[in-house]
Design a binder for this molecule. Structure first.
Ligand SMILES: NC(=O)c1ccc[n+]([C@@H]2O[C@H](COP(=O)([O-])OP(=O)(O)OC[C@H]3O[C@@H](n4cnc5c(N)ncnc54)[C@H](O)[C@@H]3O)[C@@H](O)[C@H]2O)c1
Length: 335
């Protein structure tokens, strides 16, 4: 099987590529994998270092919005797993244009190429943020979309386009929507790597508002296992939720990270809340659990401890990113 992974040099896409090439994606037999990635500020070839010498891996630096490049790269692949996106909410608040361009136009460009080339399956990776915010209970896959940030609105647009290509053209499209990911190789603008790297450097961490916003935390490996199940066994035209089953307020998360880094509350600086900040996300994962046998396997305590250890041991990966990357005005958010 020949798989095209867009955004495969980013945080989650690179985990998927490493999984594919190390044989840790359950049930997937792989012929070759192509990564198409523009290498924006969050894309990093070092994320593929553990598999870079594998002869089955081909890397193409290119933009998913460029029809010529996309047409050439899509040809000959059986499956597309589409991760490439502008992914940081705060950046979308200070400038929405790249989000609409990459997330909406880029997805449509890929869908068109997949349609032309008769690609066997298109796996579109999305987010729980498309539903907005939920005070109680959990979203099922049929919940109406009500995104609140330019990021989530652009992802919702791309989700609807992907489903429309299934309904209109009969394309084999499946969607995943997941909760907040954490783990190694996450760009240090998202809350966990930002807080951990600041604390390891002896600095402070900025906590939004009253710290009461609630997120469900999902280890990136569990997320990719869920995607692999959907890629293989998901029903065409369906949406599948992938969650971690661990909801924490940002204050509770901060407490755990302080403890893991041996720091106290004197290192926390309260900052004005994000505009339009969603209060709570919560996914119902009954569908993927019952249909495809998915269950998260990495408990949050262990996952967080291993993640902190990874950032402690891999300063050479994150130090250059913190010093050379232009940051948004508010690079301090939970995703
Ligand atoms: N991180 C999370 O917690 C989370 C949660 C839910 C959903 N998601 C979704 O998962 C996907 C991957 O997220 P991530 O956290 O790995 O993001 P990331 O920012 O770490 O990686 C995005 C990758 O896409 C590439 N890219 C961006 N624009 C591109 C373009 N125009 N053409 C080609 N490549 C381009 C970047 O270079 C980067 O390698 C995204 O679609 C995101 O919406 C992420």
């Amino acid at each position: 099987m020949r798989i095209l992974v867009t955004g495969g040099a980013g945080f989650i896409g690179s985990e998927y590529v490493r999984m594919l090439l190390t044989g840790s994606a359950p049930g997937l037999s792989l012929g070759a994998v192509t990564v198409l990635d523009k290498l924006t500020y969050s894309g990093n070839l070092a994320n593929l270092d553990p598999v870079r010498d594998d002869p089955r891996l081909r890397f193409v630096q290119g933009d998913i919005c460029d029809p010529g490049t996309v047409d050439e790269v899509v040809a000959g692949h059986d499956v597309i797993v589409h991760f490439a996106a502008e992914s940081h909410v705060d950046r979308s608040i200070s400038g929405a244009a790249p989000f609409v361009t990459t997330n909406v136009l880029g997805t449509q460009t890929l869908l068109d190429a997949a349609l032309r080339h008769g690609t066997g399956r298109f796996v579109h990776v999305s987010t729980d943020e498309v539903y907005g915010s939920i005070a109680e209970g959990s979203w099922t896959e049929t919940w109406p979309l009500s995104p609140n940030s330019p990021y989530s609105a652009s992802k919702a647009g791309s989700d609807l386009l992907a489903l429309a290509y299934h309904r209109t053209h009969g394309m084999d499209v499946v969607l995943t929507r997941c909760s907040n990911n954490y783990g190694p190789y996450q760009f240090p603008e998202k809350v966990i790597p930002l807080f951990v790297t600041n604390l390891l450097d002896g600095g402070t961490v900025p906590l939004y508002g009253d710290g009461g916003n609630i997120r469900d935390w999902l280890h990136v490996h569990d997320h990719c296992v869920g995607i692999a199940l959907v890629q293989q066994k998901g029903r065409a035209g369906e949406v599948y939720h992938i969650g971690g089953g661990t909801e924490l307020t940002n204050k509770e998360l901060t407490e755990r990270l302080l403890e893991a880094c041996g720091a106290g509350w004197d290192r926390v600086v309260p900052v004005t809340d994000r505009k339009g900040h969603d209060r709570r996300y919560s996914l119902d994962i009954t569908k993927i659990s019952e249909e495809l046998g998915y269950a998260p396997s990495i408990p949050l305590d262990r996952g967080l401890a291993e993640t902190v250890t990874w950032y402690r041991d891999n300063r050479a990966w994150w130090e250059p990113l913190k010093t050379t990357t232009p940051t948004s005005p508010r690079p301090v958010s939970p995703a």
